[in-house]
Design a protein around this ligand. Sequence first.
Ligand SMILES: Nc1ncnc2c1ncn2[C@@H]1O[C@H](COP(=O)(O)OP(=O)(O)OP(=O)(O)O)[C@@H](O)[C@H]1O
Length: 366
Amino acid sequence: MGIELQGITKTYGKAEQPVLHDVNAEIQDGELFVIVGPSGCGKSTLLRMIAGIIPITSGKLAIDGQIMNAVPPKDRKLAMVFQSYALYPFLDVAANVAFGLQARKMPAVEVEQRVNEALKLGDLTAYRNRKPRELSGGQRQRVALARAIASDAKICLMDEPLSNLDAQLRVRMRTEIRELQRKLGLTLIYVTHDQTEAMTMADHVMVLHEQHVQQIDTPLDIYNHPANHFVAEFFGTPQINLLPVTTEITRELQVTAGFQLTLQRPLTAGTYTLGIRPNQLLALPVAAGAGNGVVTNVETLGELTIIEVLTDNGTALRIVQSGQVQFPLEQRVQVSAQGKILIFDEHEQLIAEEEGATNDQFVSVN
Ligand SMILES: Nc1ncnc2c1ncn2[C@@H]1O[C@H](COP(=O)(O)OP(=O)(O)OP(=O)(O)O)[C@@H](O)[C@H]1O
């Protein structure tokens, strides 16, 4: 079932400022839609309004074409999974999964069938008689998921369901949730503050910041064409390099950081920012006195090396190179850029994308 948000605004109590302002989105039937943003941006608030736990101040919420603003949570046909698993400690796994169904007075035979099915999907059959305290964090989270699956709701809402798990388990559960969601054809709205979860799981991502939707797009479109500085910096590790430039020349852009860029489409004179991802920069070692910058830090991650360079005109750059690049600190380097360079205007909005090419395929840094 699809979900539509139209001009949704939320103001808590007598507060003067809304915590969410004019949120619009169309969530397609059967997709995994991630709401992402920093702490306090209103992700949980939006999810709770969709669930019907808190009222919508203004705007419309439609599920499957029907306006839902005044419909109580139990009639919205959705399941929720929270950060805290909210399992009953005194009930075993099977009883936890069955609880909601029994509360709805479903016949015992059907409850049994659904519980078995959900436990099988969650790979929990062997644990059906255990109490929550006898399970690992990942298993508990799977019980919470099984409970959502058993409810047979076509829409599932998840609020940071993996944040209590260790890094390895989180990665595995991401894949498991994604597979289950596809298998069951669920419409899943998933809240997280973790850009990696958003990138790896979503069909579409909504980025929230400062009460407003910043962008809704596929993960790759968000990464490749971020609408503004905030989105550009939020996605991608290490962070994108944002370099201020002032130009009086319309076609030859002389960047203060030292980049020269020949634009395909001229810009009017003004102040801009160039966005260059760390993996689009290349640092080559040169002899003392040569090059355009100096290495200030090196982090070796095994398959990648993160290099920090201070250019001669004082700009700090983050550079990622594949493999194990050995650079002593203070090494002189020649930095060049390759590939697509994003251009933002003085309001931090993306206005153009340019291939970084001058004489050869690299943009030179002088
Ligand atoms: N019941 C409430 N009454 C008043 N203000 C609230 C209430 N609940 C949340 N807020 C405020 O609304 C804003 C958004 O909170 P919300 O919990 O939706 O953010 P979030 O993006 O989910 O954050 P986090 O990632 O930290 O969980 C915050 O400034 C918060 O202080």
